[in-house]
Design a protein around this ligand. Sequence first.
Ligand code: NAI
Length: 335
Amino acid sequence: MAYKVAVFDAKPYDQETFNRVNEEYGFELIYHKEHLDRHNVVLAGGSDAVCIFVNANVDKYVIDKLCEMGVKLIALRCAGFNNVDIAYAAGKIKVVRVPEYSPHAIAEHTLALMLCLNRKVHRAFLRTRDWNFSLNGFMGFDMNQKTVGVVGTGKIGRTVIGVLKGLGMNILAYDLYPDNAFAEKNDIKYVTLDEIYRNSDVITLHCPLTKETEYMISEESIAKMKDGVMIINTGRGKLIHTKHLIEGLISRKVGYAGLDVYEEEGAYFYEDCSDSVLTDDVLARLLSFNNVIVTSHQAFFTEEAMSNIAHTTMGNISDYFSGEELKNEVVFQGK
Ligand code: NAI
């Protein structure tokens, strides 16, 4: 019997990769273009598992409904799991994820945002198309010998550190669980968050979104930063209080922002909204700055990462239904 998997948020590129990898597994894949939430959870009826992505909203209602319909497994095809109520799911339905698929993909996109903002490549591209070869306003800075603060030194943060060390940057790191052996081996320094804020020319976020990290970049933390700081977020949108970031950009305290994620991205990212009126004033304001680059949560989007995501996701689903140990289970750690 082929197990049925309802794959939500399925874009053509997801379907292409999943269909190819599924030749090894033989699941019955039912694709839905919506991201799973309480309004469309009924679409999962009759499925054995759901496969979801970063903008699904799996709250208590959705979990109850999935259980009621006999769905046995929530398979996240991403690393972060902040969009699933893990505490509520505990003991009701299993949750698995893809803890690692290519830290290089995200690290390289992080570097792309930094260099593009610094050297104004996004503006130069438009300028030369308009036959304007002036350099006014385009002066950048050498990344070499500048200080970058890396918040979160897990798989992605470490890869980012490797890449930025290649540019000759001084690295300051912060993590809830510092790895001193890693620091010593790589000649980097763990410091407090305050020291990151006060001393970094560039700050890049690679920690998960949790109660502690939500809105860590706020009016208060921005006030501590160097004038003209560059802030890069390829983590999760809610790490940054966007309205406070905008205030920082207006006052020029923040010199650059590179955002692959946005706190209200669920309504827009991955969709072509070019025929609609943009009603989100915060996003509209962000997009109006020439020193801000917004990308649509695409840091993961490389061939290698997509292929790894599909293999691990189908492996997770297969492990569950064949009674194997779930190595990528998301286990509720709290009380
Ligand atoms: P990881 O689990 O390997 O590393 C996360 C690190 O953050 C760990 O070292 C952990 O100790 C640290 N951490 C936890 N709480 C913290 C806190 N309060 N303050 C500082 N550090 C804290 O995860 P990985 O693979 O490096 O991914 C990091 C994040 O990047 C994910 O949680 C996800 O939100 C985001 N991500 C974004 C993608 C994109 O396409 N833009 C793709 C993949 C992940």
